[in-house]
Structure formats: structure tokens, C-alpha cells
Design a protein around this ligand. Sequence first.
Ligand code: COA
Ligand code: MG
Length: 288
Amino acid sequence: MRSLLFVPGDSPRKQEKGLEVGADALILDLEDSVALAEKPRAREVSAAFLARMRDQAGRPKLYVRVNALETGLTEDDLAAVLPHAPDGIMLPKAEGGVSVMHLGARLAVHEAEHGLADGVTRILPIATETARAVFALPTLPGASPRLSGVTWGAEDLSADLGAETNRGEDGAWSAPFQLARNLTLMAAAAAEVDAIDTINAHFRDLDGLARECREARRDGFVGKMAIHPAQVAVINEAFTPTGAALAQARKVVAAFAQSPGVGVVGIDGEMFDRPHLRRAERLLARVG
Ligand code: COA
Ligand code: MG
């Protein structure tokens, strides 16, 4: 998934609009973009949307961001949406593998109740929203086969740290938030799942977004969350492997295939060894 667009769970208009903008996934949000009094209505609106879209060919993947486990709201969120088989659940304020396992156990119950195959509902945790969560990142690998990726959040972490801001004057993440970002990347790689970059809240600054996407791709992220339709095309472009990158990856794979058992090959005057082969294979796997 390259682009994951948040749509407020209580807005049929934005959910409809979200279908048209080319996002790889929509995240129907029942958490922070929905006021407490509106949660019941947001559950109904999101459930109806999921029900209607369930069998539509060519639709984006549909995830639901539920309320955090400690709010006491999660169970009602799951009860509302699981009958309509969302592709996955985004778990905010996740604190490592324990939170993922906890959600996984609940999902298994709902899947059984609704005749869904055990384990089909994926989990995408926002894994850095508290300091405790950052310390728990190493417990994500192996926590659950449901894990589809790992993403991170800076806003709630700012609040938890008591930080005045999370970006420097140049717009780049300040050090504590770079740490959270970079550890997310490590946790995703260790868990062998997708690393998904966090949102950029400045939705009119598409140049700034493009720069942040390039930096994320350079470092190993394979997608990014969006909050506004205008961000989706920028994200898709940045995270779609270029023809040149794919051609190069095919060359590397072909060179190793021609010489089975060798550890290193030369292509066009450059050395390629096993890590290059692994990187090439991963890139090709992403485009299927
Ligand atoms: N998904 C789908 N459609 C969206 C959208 C979104 N996330 N954000 C905006 N749109 C739609 C608007 O409804 C509008 O369409 P319309 O004219 O047909 O009604 C169009 O895109 C242009 O919107 P714009 O006027 O530029 O923005 P806005 O001021 O209406 O909305 C936000 C700004 C930030 C409130 C809005 O983008 C939003 O709700 N984003 C998601 C917030 C969220 O889910 N946050 C939680 C995760 S951090
Ligand atoms: Mg939040």
C-alpha cells in the first residue's frame, strides 16, 4: 500500500470522495477526527459504507481506525464494523506486540461470529504515539501474522513528551521524532512488513510533502498516510518504483539466476552481492 487516505468515519461525503482519488487504501477513522458524541453515528456510517463496498471490484483496501484499547470504546467499534469484513484495523496508541496480540484475539472472536476466516483481518498499528510505545517497538516482530505494516505518529507523541513542537524551523522532524520515525523503520524491517510513513498535516504544501516522500522512500518506507485527497497523487508517484529501478532490479535478479551459487556478480562495471539481490527481489515483489 503506497497511499493510505484518512477519511473521517462520520462523513459519508468524504468517504465517497475518497473512492475517486486513487488511494491504495482508505482508513475510515473512528478515533481522533470524530468527537466523542459522534462515535455511535460514525460507527453506523462507516459500517454502511463497508457493507456497500465489500464486494466492489477494484475498490481501495478498507481499513478502520478504531479507538485505542484503553478507551473502552474499541469493542463497540469492532462490533460495528467486523460484520462487514474490513481488510484491516488500524490500531492507534499501540504499545508493542502486547497491544497487537490483544487486538488479534478480539478480532478472532468477531471473525468466528461472522463466518470470516480466522486471521483475515490485518492489523496496522500506529506504534509510536506514546513514549512507552517507542520503547515497546522491538516487541512487534513476531507478535502476530495479522501485522500488515507498522506506522508512526508524531502528534500524540508530542503531547506525551510535552514537546512544544515536533518539527524544526526548516520543517524537518526534530530529533525525538526522527528517532520514533527511524525506529519504526527498524521495527517494520525486523517484522518483515511494510514501513508506512506518518501524515504530513500541511495539506496545501505539496512540495514539502513530495520532499518528505522522497526521504521516506530513500530510507525504506514503502508508503505514506494522507489526510487530504490532494496528497494522494504525490504519495503514489513517490512510492511507485520507477521503470529504471525495476529494470535494474530485473538485471540483478537475472545475473544471479544465470550463475546459481555465486555470491557476487558484476553488472555494467558495478559489484552486486547478496544484499543487492535481496533488495531487488523485494522491489519486484512490491509490483507483483
Ligand atoms: N477524504 C476524502 N475527501 C476529503 C478529505 C479526506 N480526507 N479531505 C477533504 N476532502 C474533500 C472535501 O470534502 C472537499 O470536497 P467537497 O468540496 O466535494 O466537499 C474536497 O476534498 C476539498 O477539501 P478542502 O476544502 O480542500 O479541505 P477541507 O477544509 O474541507 O478539509 C480537513 C480539511 C483537514 C478537515 C480534511 O481534509 C479532513 O477531514 N481530513 C482528514 C482528517 C482525519 O481523518 N484525521 C485523522 C487522521 S490524522
Ligand atoms: Mg492521534
